[in-house]
Design a protein around this ligand. Structure first.
Ligand SMILES: [Zn+2]
Length: 200
């Protein structure tokens, strides 16, 4: 299983603004958190993640209190990312991550391996018939009451056994997330901004 340590959390920080208070994971109370301001994840407190108690941090953690996730046993509420509903929408080539790993067996190329943008979906991770494009150029998956940007589907796929509750809240509220070892929230895309289906 993936180890939910500080390094793992760092994948979900604000990467475009080093001055942001959320440029690294933080600990408040008995949990460690990470957010890029659209996705918020919480795991049991990690010893090497610094404790913060300023307003922006408390506000972020309050979001989870204000939007408690449904009970794990509420099977009606949760949709697993491995469910056929979501798997059907993912690119067959890269399984939704937007990248394919290049490797071959030739000795001379041994060191030239890496992740390349998936050509089947141009790195979006979603199959064409399932994409909803916004005017701002982002590609989304429509699920339940929400539009979820493709890049966040890719983030969710990094979480072990991730489930989302897309029918639980309306689009104005964040979508509850749970995964082995933690919980979280994701802001969807405002469906009132003009959207059009790819094929139209
Ligand atoms: Zn792909």
């Amino acid at each position: 299983m993936k180890k939910l340590d500080k390094k793992f959390l760092e994948q979900f920080t604000v990467i475009y603004n080093e001055d942001s208070p959320f440029a690294s994971p933080f600990t408040c109370g008995n949990k460690s958190y990470v957010t890029d301001t659209r996705i918020l994840l919480a795991v049991p407190a990690l010893g090497d993640v610094s404790v913060k108690d300023g307003e922006p941090f408390l506000k972020a953690t309050e979001l989870l209190t204000l939007n408690p996730p449904p009970e794990p046993r509420d099977v009606e509420a949760w949709v697993s990312l491995s469910s056929t509903l979501i798997q059907a929408a993912l690119c067959l080539e890269c399984k939704g991550c937007g990248e394919v790993t290049f490797s071959n067996d030739y000795h001379s190329y041994e060191n030239w391996c890496g992740d390349l943008e998936c050509k089947s979906c141009n790195g979006i991770g979603l199959r064409e018939g399932f994409r909803v494009s916004t005017k701002h150029g982002s590609n989304c998956l429509r699920i339940g009451n929400h539009l979820i940007a493709a890049c966040y589907i890719q983030d969710l796929l990094k979480l072990p056994d991730c489930c989302i509750a897309p029918y639980y809240s309306d689009w104005k509220n964040p979508i509850p997330i749970r995964f082995t070892g933690g919980i979280g929230l994701l802001m969807g895309v405002n469906p009132l901004t003009p959207v059009e289906d790819d094929e139209s």
